[in-house]
Design a protein around this ligand. Structure first.
Ligand SMILES: [Fe+2]
Length: 473
């Protein structure tokens, strides 16, 4: 085994990265690349080229290859997934050189690449406990838990790494989002604000606080918070940039300013990197939400669908698949929808025990329900989305993202005139966030149908008061 020291080759010597962790076979350039990519990874940056260039040369540095594989796997795209396999094979070839931490990395990444997400998740938990300074692994492990709908797992990792990284604001942002997904809203906002006080350029902390404000219906706070920090997103990768603007657009939609949300769609949310899955689902979800508020989105579904057509058989995640499918269905891509539904059912049929809830209990009925909604078959959509919703957390994504499916279900209930069920759901929403004019208008319409004229009048007066706040003078 050859190892590199500051003076060149020196047997038994191993360089360490900025977190104090030894890296097998690394020279100074590899260490610099690893330190650089960690900053980009934690800060959702877009300057990955220096790392990629080093990775192409440093084929004997297993950690570089495994982090390159991680970047590829998180693309959720077929050719990137294949490339990751090659990088993991390069790492495996240097297994004899690896530290214990790097061997843990190899177990985790190999399992993830093979689709054994339960094994990978446990491996990342173990790594966070054993090497809390390995923040690349911790962030990756949180993402894996997020993709599996496991907010407790996200917090487990944050708690494991926090004591050893007190100086690092990003770690507080990582903890903030986990807390938010566990509905510990006050703690989440405090942690996010602390993170931003330590480092204003922490878009994940901006995002965690936006989730809190969204959940609490704090629309003005949300817009002010996000727009006050948006200048820092110019340095962000397309996921974080488009996702934080997606959140900002949601605040506009709920405050009855759908026109401004549509403008954000055109200028910020769609168009940065149209081939990337995360950009695509931000766009699909925003268009769907705009349509639910009665906005005519014109030809936009057609443009989106062009980029969804290559994804019919990918099945990297049920959460992604469902949104691709709805986008294709709204674009009128009937043949593609039929093909994807069959492929998705096949994938669900092959699900391993740990993922059966996500694919079979949630994704299959939701997929058919979403297609029914897109085609205006309201009764079928109401029934099938209703079947899927109790299992939906297992598909991954955040509460705010999965709320789309609940909103489409509610819309189907209203249009199918399942009035009692729709009323119950609207009252739940109104209790959770009592300042949403759209909910009040829907309540008024349902009360009207049920012959409850007085309740209808009250709800419509409340809606009018809320709407007036945002109307131009
Ligand atoms: Fe989010």
């Amino acid at each position: 085994m050859v190892r590199f020291g500051p003076e060149g080759y020196r047997p038994g010597y191993m360089l360490t990265d900025s977190q104090g962790l030894p890296v097998a076979n690394a020279d100074a350039a590899a260490i610099r690349a690893l330190d650089h990519v960690l900053g980009q990874w934690l800060g959702y940056g877009k300057d990955f080229a220096p790392f990629v260039m080093v990775a192409q040369q440093a084929i004997d540095v297993p950690l570089v290859q495994m982090q390159m594989a991680a970047l590829n796997i998180t693309m959720d795209e077929t050719s990137a997934h294949t490339a990751a396999g090659g990088q993991l094979a390069l790492a495996e070839a240097r297994k004899a050189d690896m530290t214990e931490r790097e061997q843990a990395w190899l177990r985790a990444m190999t399992a993830w690449h093979a689709g054994a997400l339960d094994v990978a998740a446990t491996a990342f938990d173990d790594m966070a406990r054993a090497w809390p300074r390995d923040l690349f692994a911790a962030k990756l492990g949180q993402l894996l838990h997020f993709n599996r709908g496991d907010a407790e797992g996200m917090l487990r990792i944050a708690d494991a790494i926090t004591p050893a990284n007190q100086e690092n604001g990003f770690v507080r942002g990582m903890r903030a989002f986990a807390l938010e997904e566990l509905n510990r809203l006050e703690e989440a906002e405090n942690a996010a604000r602390h993170a931003v006080a330590m480092n204003r350029c922490d878009p994940w902390a901006h995002h965690a606080a936006a989730h809190v404000m969204e959940t609490q219906g704090r629309l003005d706070d949300g817009i002010a918070w996000m727009e006050g920090l948006a200048d820092t997103w110019e340095a962000c990768n397309s996921f974080m940039y488009t996702h934080n603007w997606w959140h900002t657009a949601l605040f506009y939609i709920d405050s009855d300013r759908a026109g401004q949300a549509l403008a954000l769609y055109d200028t910020r949310v769609w168009g940065v990197w149209k081939e990337f899955c995360q950009d695509q689902i931000n766009a699909i979800s925003l268009l769907a939400r705009l349509e639910l508020r009665g906005v005519d989105v014109g030809e936009r579904w057609g443009d989106l669908a062009t980029y969804l057509l290559p994804r019919l058989h990918e099945h990297f995640s049920p959460f992604l698949d469902l949104q691709y499918l709805y986008g294709l269905a709204r674009a009128g891509e009937g043949a593609a929808v039929t093909e994807m539904l069959a492929s998705l059912e096949d994938r669900a049929g092959r699900a391993q025990a740990f993922e059966r809830t996500a694919w079979a209990d949630a994704a299959v009925p939701a997929a058919h329900g979403l297609v029914a909604h897109a085609r205006g078959d309201w009764g079928t959509a109401a029934r099938l989305l209703g079947d899927a919703l109790p299992h939906l957390q297992a598909i991954g994504g955040s509460h705010a993202q999965r709320a789309l499916f609940g909103a489409l279900w509610l819309d189907a209930l209203i249009r199918a005139e399942w009035n009692d069920r729709a009323l119950a759901e609207l009252l739940v929403n109104d209790r959770a966030r009592g300042n949403i004019a759209h909910t009040k208008r829907d309540l008024a319409a349902i009360y009207q149908r049920l012959g409850r004229a007085e309740d209808a009048l009250t709800a419509s007066q409340q809606a009018e008061r809320l709407t007036r706040r945002y109307r131009p003078a």
